[in-house]
Design a binder for this molecule. Structure first.
Ligand SMILES: Cc1cc2nc3c(=O)[nH]c(=O)nc-3n(C[C@H](O)[C@H](O)[C@H](O)COP(=O)(O)OP(=O)(O)OC[C@H]3O[C@@H](n4cnc5c(N)ncnc54)[C@H](O)[C@@H]3O)c2cc1C
Ligand code: SF4
Length: 420
């Protein structure tokens, strides 16, 4: 992203705002998970009402500082921008970020007094914080119960190269100062327990476990799981790794870990090892570009078979695969090619093949396909217990999680008013 605080930025951003066509149906907004009033805030920028534009964004999205840096705009709002039919899409995220970096005014809101009862929020990530934000705005007392301090994945795992902790802290502090009635740092073990004290509960626990890779040799020294490494990198911990590191996976987490490692240890060789092909990758296009620029290498169509070495990793045996278009799946299906195995010499292996809801968590809550099951009102099988974010959608984006927390807040409001 270009420097949004430097000289000439005002001129550049005014030029960018001038490019907006103010489409009557604003397709950009429809493709924003939280439906930011994009054409409206761009219009305000055009009229040099910068503080007003900032307020517009702030009141619609509780994580505006985070979103300004890591919202994948090329697959969301900007993907649908009509301006791309003329030349290129309006740089919506840059305009958004320009506002949040330059036009913050009052961070201590004087919200109206509490009108309604207390609601429990389980979790401290974007989904829960968004639910808190909108419930407090509606007049509820919000009690957060979270295993560790608030912020969720953006605070603990998304690499500092893409999202500095100070940026996340701006959103966290704003929410702490204005929207949280009571913050309890504790892991919730049972929802039934909380139900005794609260008529409505929101669950936003994310995906606490990493999907295990079950191949021979997985327990050897030198094998890590991605999110543990990301946490250590985010906290600036010492990490001891060899010269050749293989990252297994093709999603955002795999790319975040590969790019962070390559950026931190420039002299080491980092490989993405993925069983499908380039066009099947599930990472953001921007992250793929970054990987190429950083010098990350790739093994495509290579399916892990076994980790070789005595006690410690010495390599990864993979089989080549053939890919076929599949009617049932979006991505191509794959088949191992007979006698095509070879060994990639490696000193370390990082597994990044997916995330799952914490094993055995909240048995009283019904799950479907490994995720918390909700109805059209975001309510679980337990009356008055709602859920949103990664634990219902399987892991998408910060803004998607925030939008689900927002919808759930309004559904909780409806529920509590109905049951009076
Ligand atoms: C490495 C990585 C990179 C990513 N990059 C991007 C990106 O660039 N852009 C983007 O938009 N999205 C990105 N995402 C996705 C995004 O971070 C998530 O979609 C989002 O954080 C989900 O929010 P959440 O609130 O549902 O869950 P989380 O952020 O996981 O928060 C869950 C919270 O619940 C708490 N918790 C868990 N269990 C309990 C319990 N039993 N009791 C109390 N508290 C509990 C946890 O401590 C945590 O605070 C990335 C994700 C990862 C893993
Ligand atoms: S789609 Fe593009 S041009 Fe149309 S309103 Fe949105 S930002 Fe402006």
């Amino acid at each position: 992203m270009s420097d949004l605080k430097g000289n000439n930025i005002l001129e550049k951003m005014m030029h960018e705002a001038e490019r907006c066509l103010f489409c009557f149906d604003a397709p950009c907004e429809k493709n924003c998970p939280i439906n930011l009033p994009i054409s409206n805030f761009i219009h305000m920028i055009r009229n040099k009402n910068f503080y007003g534009a900032y307020e517009k964004v702030r009141e619609s999205h509780p994580m505006i500082n985070i979103a300004g840096f890591i919202c994948p705009e090329e697959i969301l709002c900007q993907k649908e921008c009509i301006r791309s039919k003329i030349d290129s899409p309006v740089k919506i995220r840059e305009l958004h970020n320009f506002l949040t970096l330059n036009f913050v005014k009052n961070q201590n809101l004087s919200l109206s007094p509490y009108k309604y009862e207390d609601v429990a929020i389980v979790g401290g990530g974007p989904a829960s914080l968004s639910c808190t934000f909108f419930l407090r705005t509606l007049g509820y007392k919000t009690h957060i119960f979270t295993e560790e301090d608030i912020g969720g994945i953006p605070f603990t795992e998304i690499s500092n190269d893409r999202l500095q902790k100070e940026i996340v802290k701006k959103d966290i502090d704003f929410i702490k100062d204005n929207f949280i009635y009571e913050l309890n740092i504790e892991k919730v073990k049972s929802i039934e327990g909380l139900k005794k004290d609260f008529k409505a509960i929101f669950i936003g626990i994310g995906l606490g476990d990493e999907t295990k890779l079950e191949i021979p040799g997985i327990d050897k020294d030198g094998v890590f799981y991605a999110r543990k490494i990301l946490r250590d990198l985010k906290n600036g911990k010492e990490i001891s790794l060899g010269n050749r590191i293989g990252v297994i996976g093709g999603g955002n987490v795999a790319f975040d870990v590969a790019n962070s490692l390559k950026n931190r240890f420039k002299e080491k060789e980092v490989f993405i090892i993925y069983r499908r092909g380039l066009k099947d990758l599930k990472c953001y296009p921007e992250e793929l570009e970054r990987a190429k620029n950083l010098g990350v290498n790739f093994y495509f169509q290579s399916s892990p078979i076994e980790i070789s070495g005595d006690k410690k990793v010495e390599g990864l045996k993979v089989s080549q695969v053939s890919l076929k278009e599949s009617e049932r799946e979006k991505r191509r299906s794959f088949e191992l090619i007979d006698k095509s195995e070879f060994i990639i010499p490696l000193d370390n292996i990082v597994v990044a093949v997916g995330q799952e809801i914490e094993d055995g968590i909240f048995p009283e809550i019904e799950k479907e396909d490994g995720l918390i099951k909700i109805d059209e009102n975001y309510m679980t099988n337990l009356e008055g217990v709602f859920a949103g974010g990664d634990c219902i959608n399987g892991g998408q984006t910060v803004t998607k999680a925030a939008s689900e927390g927002k919808i759930a807040a309004f559904k909780i409001d409806e529920f509590l008013r109905r049951s009076k």
